[in-house]
Design a protein around this ligand. Sequence first.
Ligand code: SAH
Length: 387
Amino acid sequence: MTQSNLPAPEAAAPETKDLVGLSREDLALAFEAVGVPERAMRMRVNQVWHWIYHRGERDFEAMTTLAKDLRKTLAENFHIGRPHVIDSQSSIDGTRKWLIRFSDGQEVETVYIPEEERGTLCVSSQVGCTLTCKFCHTGTQKLVRNLTSGEIMAQVLLARDELGEWPSPTDGRLLSNIVMMGMGEPLYNFDNVAKAVNIMMDPEGISLSRRRITLSTAGVVPMIERAGTEIGTNLAISLHAVRDEVRDVIVPINKKYKISELLAACQAYPGLSNARRITFEYVMLKGVNDSLADARELVRLISGIPAKVNLIPFNPWPGAPYECSDWEQIEAFADIVYRAGYASPVRTPRGRDIMAACGQLKSESQKQRAAERMAELRSKDMQFQPS
Ligand code: SAH
């Protein structure tokens, strides 16, 4: 089934330009193009920025720090967009998942995970994913496209709307952390991710510190250094195996960039220190990568890299070819890593009941829409039946 067969999105894209996801420079250019005087442009950009990203305002008329005629010009030419929420689900553990649709009908999922000390938003960077990691549900989705910086930012703004968290509080935030761990490979969409993450960190807007943002990659080795210098957030690596033969199968990008190259890039990640460690993610797959010999090899491989290891119990999905390791095995594995001097927390699965846990995300409406389409066709058939 191709996307073109699907019904058009309900809301047609407004004709005006969406300001969300534009850098300050882009904003200045956009304003200049509609005749906003060059004089005091920087101040105008700052004011609008503040309204969009600090206050969450979407109505230009309410931007009272701007002169009336400027508000009018802006309203005539621009809008401050939000994606369409198609479905919103809450887990019994408080995790929330939004299925959102962009103006071209493409969809992604965004997940909010509340914890005692923080609230983390798991943001998608692509529709689908090209990596086809064997244990990941998103990788089974055929259709893939990059999200724009606006579409990445929009997920954050939408979550803040839903949490009612405007203006940006200084502390005690519900949304305090962001992980680029949703659908997609962020380093395959570098420019848009970099632009969006820089907007998230901007002190006059959302204002999240780089220490509260984590970018996760399956190992696009040539982009890792740039990620350090141009984005500079925490880095997480989806390692998942310690031998190339195994990793080639479960994380196929390994066929291109081997474990040794990946670890060399990690070692060279700009700004690495004991206070700023790389997180190695390791999904526990029964009988595949979870032996105690694997644990010892893991410790050997990462020695010398300031690191912590995040063990992720495998989250099942329909038709998945793996099982989660037994709990005792996960504990024994974690113990070896811990004794070698690395923090080795086991990630508590969150939102499994709503398919919101790691690796379970998918534009599920693909299935749902197919069903709707069938129903529609059937009803059309009925109409055309000769009476
Ligand atoms: N493409 C990036 C961003 C996705 S992050 C990356 O690979 O890092 C999502 C994390 O969840 C990755 O570590 C991924 O390997 C892991 N994951 C995927 N499917 C999973 C599953 N079924 N159970 C547990 N973790 C999974």
